[in-house]
Structure formats: C-alpha cells, structure tokens
Design a protein around this ligand. Structure first.
Ligand code: HEM
Ligand SMILES: *[C@@H]1O[C@H](CO)[C@@H](O)[C@H](O)[C@H]1NC(C)=O
Ligand SMILES: *[C@@H]1O[C@H](CO)[C@@H](O)[C@H](O)[C@H]1NC(C)=O
Ligand SMILES: *[C@@H]1O[C@H](CO)[C@@H](O)[C@H](O)[C@H]1NC(C)=O
Ligand SMILES: *[C@@H]1O[C@H](CO)[C@@H](O)[C@H](O)[C@H]1NC(C)=O
Ligand SMILES: *[C@@H]1O[C@H](CO)[C@@H](O)[C@H](O)[C@H]1NC(C)=O
Length: 323
C-alpha cells in the first residue's frame, strides 16, 4: 500500500516535471517543433508596426488584456460580428481598440510557415510582450499553447471589463473572479504608463463628479485645470496621453503620477485607497522599482485566464473568423 502511494506520487511528480500535468497545459516551448520561428515572426510584425508608429504599442498591450478578461485568453476579441451575433469587437470599436491589422499580419506570415498551427490567442500574448519590450519595457517568457474560441458576444465585453469608474472593491471582485490577486491589480494597472485615453473616459472627474457640477476631490486640482484645457465637457473625440511626455515609453512613471493624484481614471486613483496597493504605488515611485520584474509575472498570470487547451476550441485560419 505504502509503496503504491509512493509510486503514484512519484509518477505524478514525473508528469509535472515533464509538463504533462500543468494546471493550464501551457508551455513556453509549445511550438518548438511545430513552428520554431513563431517568436521571431510575431516580433517582426510588431516591430514593423511600432517602428513606423510608436503609439501602436499601447493598443497591442491593451488588446491582450481585453481578450483575457472576456471569455478567457481565447482570441475572441479578434472575431468579427456575424449576421446573427454582434461580437466583442463592436463594443471594442466603441472602446477604441486598434491594432487588429498587426495581429493579422503576424497571422498571415505564420500561416505561410506553419499553417494551422499557431493560435490567434497566442499571437496576442506574444504581441503584447513584444510591444512592451520594444518600447524600453521589460520582457518575459510567454507561455503558449492556447487555442482559439469560437464565440464572441458584444454584451460580455461591456459587463466583464473593468470600467474607468470602478472603485477598489469592484476591481478586487472583477480581478479576483479571474484568479488575479490584489498585487496583479496594482501591477497590471501600470500598463497605463503608455497610451492615450478619450476625454469621455475621465471627464466626469473634471466637470460633474457627483452630479453637482463638481470635480473629483481625489484628483490634483492643478491637474484638473490642465486637463480641462484639453477636454471640454461632452467632448467625445479628443484623446489625452495618460503619461504626459512619455506615453510611448514603458517606464515606472505611472506610479509617480498616481502618487501625485494624477492618475487618469477613478480606477487608477483608487489604488491609493487600499493599504496594500497604496504601499506598492509609493514604493515604486520612490526607490528601486520592482515594477518591471513584477509586470512580467502578472502578465503571465493574466495570460492564463480561462485558456482553451488540448482539444477545446480550434486554431483559426484567420483571426477575424472562426474556421
Ligand atoms: C484596472 C482596470 C482597468 C481599467 C478600468 C482600464 C481602463 C482603460 C480606459 C478607460 C482606457 C482608455 C480608453 C479610451 O478612452 O480610449 C484604457 C487605456 C489603456 N489601457 Fe487600461 N484599464 C485597466 C487595466 C488595464 C490593463 C490590465 C492593461 C494592460 C496590462 C491596460 C492597458 C491599457 C493601455 C495600454 C491603454 C492605452 C490604449 C491606447 O493608447 O490605445 N489597462 N484603459
Ligand atoms: C472585420 O472587422 C474589422 C474591424 O472590426 C473590419 O475593418 C474588417 O473589414 C472586417 N472584415 C470583414 C471581412 O468583414
Ligand atoms: C457604442 O456606445 C454608444 C454609447 O454608449 C451606444 O449607444 C452604442 O450602441 C454603442 N455601439 C456598440 C456597437 O456597442
Ligand atoms: C464601489 O462601487 C460599487 C458599485 O458602484 C458600490 O456598490 C460600492 O458601494 C462602492 N464601494 C465603495 C467602498 O465605495
Ligand atoms: C451633472 O450631472 C447631473 C446629474 O447627472 C445633471 O443633471 C447635470 O445636467 C450635469 N451637469 C452638467 C454641467 O453636465
Ligand atoms: C534603493 O533601492 C536599492 C535597491 O533595492 C537599495 O540598494 C538602496 O539602498 C535603496 N535606496 C534608498 C534610499 O532606499
């Protein structure tokens, strides 16, 4: 009996070592035999895009986040609507996501070298990493082997994504339900060190925070004045950089901004309301930032949300359509 138990523990241990039993079944070397150049090919597509337009890095990072938060990291963010179904992408058009053509370019290059092999979900995960590292950010090993989902539903994007007006309790619930920790919230929010936002995502903080024509008391007054010159009430077209002066460079500034009460969204400002996230924000903005290292870890965590592996899902031929 004892030998049997020891034997089975040993077998399970070996299976783990061989990567046969992995909670998600993802593996950094997943395409080593079937598509050895996958990383080079995706990186080239991302680099081609960013070298002609540095602002493209931000939407590529954000796209993987949106993909993972709605139905898991299954490439559903890329699917076009059908006659019978409005896809996430329609909501995302509203949410101003860009960069679909970069993913399509990577996919078509991959289909030439290793047809029917690399999922769109994995391309998104690689592209997010490459986008960050190409604009001076950290790099990390991307776990691969996700398969693509066959379903994308508009309403799920609106209900499952955090909103810029979320308080900390809400963020904790949303992230927690996906298996992400409080630390992941504060680390991943650091993604806002790059990119832009439309005025409408924060302008109530400037003009009408509680419906009394007031501003958000948790935003620095001078910053409110500055932002008001860029965003007039009800402006739906203007975009503002979230990290003024360096919105195309990935660095630690986000935390300095948040600590000075210059985070763009309520969801950024709210990181000062929780003891743990506040301590993190202040630590990053003072000395010896651990943000770069932490970001890679949290991106890997995010990349595991609800993945399809094994025989689930499919490998799409085109990222905008199911097979
Ligand atoms: C904590 C919850 C989050 C909320 C509420 C949130 C909300 C938003 C909003 C409202 C925008 C601006 C959209 C617009 O008005 O055009 C935005 C932009 C952006 N977000 Fe987040 N976000 C969150 C987390 C994340 C995460 C986890 C990442 C990636 C790790 C991320 C990366 C980005 C990037 C890079 C942009 C700029 C996009 C561009 O320049 O096109 N965000 N986010
Ligand atoms: C798929 O959707 C994108 C944008 O959402 C659009 O630009 C593209 O034309 C669509 N493709 C097809 C074949 O409908
Ligand atoms: C985009 O947002 C507007 C305003 O919230 C809404 O009326 C419209 O239906 C949305 N469009 C899509 C495709 O979700
Ligand atoms: C956070 O927001 C939710 C939803 O809007 C609200 O019900 C809750 O009372 C808020 N919590 C705090 C602590 O403000
Ligand atoms: C502020 O919000 C309140 C409540 O939603 C609304 O009645 C009022 O018209 C708004 N004021 C302005 C200036 O937009
Ligand atoms: C800043 O952090 C570095 C590395 O973590 C440490 O060696 C150094 O003593 C710290 N300096 C201050 C002023 O805390």
């Amino acid at each position: 009996m004892a030998t049997l138990t020891i034997l089975s523990i040993f077998i399970i241990y070996i299976a783990f070592v061989l990567g046969l039993v992995n909670s998600q079944g993802l593996d950094v070397e997943y395409y080593k035999k079937t598509c050895p150049n996958v990383e080079v090919i995706v990186k080239k597509a991302v680099a081609d895009s960013i070298s002609s337009d540095a602002t493209m890095a931000a939407p590529l990072l954000r796209m993987h986040f949106h993909d993972c938060f709605v139905r898991g990291c299954d490439g559903s963010v890329l699917l076009n609507s059908t006659k019978s179904n409005q896809a996430e992408k329609d909501a995302i058009a509203n949410l101003s996501l860009r960069g679909f053509q970069v993913i399509d370019a990577a996919k078509s290059a991959l289909e030439k070298q290793c047809p029917g092999t690399v999922s769109c979900a994995d391309i998104l995960a690689l592209a997010a990493r490459d986008a960050v590292s190409l604009i001076n950010g950290p790099t990390w090993k991307v776990q691969l082997g996700r398969r693509d989902g066959r379903v994308s539903i508009l309403s799920e994007a609106t209900t499952n994504l955090p909103t810029p007006f979320d308080n900390f309790t809400t963020l904790k619930t949303t992230f927690g339900a996906l298996g992400l920790s409080v630390k992941d919230i504060v680390v991943l929010s650091g993604g806002h060190t790059i990119g832009v936002s439309h005025c409408f995502s924060f302008s109530s903080r400037l003009y009408n925070f509680t419906g009394k024509g007031d501003m958000d008391p948790n935003m620095d007054k001078n910053y409110v004045v500055q932002l008001k010159t860029k965003c007039k009430p009800n402006d739906v077209t203007t975009t503002v950089s979230m990290d003024p002066g360096s919105f195309t460079k990935f660095e630690t500034d986000y935390y300095t901004l948040v600590s000075k009460r210059r985070g763009m969204f309520v969801s950024d400002a709210t990181l000062l309301t929780d003891k743990q996230t506040r301590a993190y924000v202040l630590a990053q903005s003072f000395n010896g930032s651990t943000f770069f290292q932490d970001f890679g870890v949290s991106m890997v965590n995010m990349g595991k949300i609800g993945v399809l592996t094994g025989k689930s899902g499919e490998i799409r031929k085109q990222c905008a359509f199911t097979n």
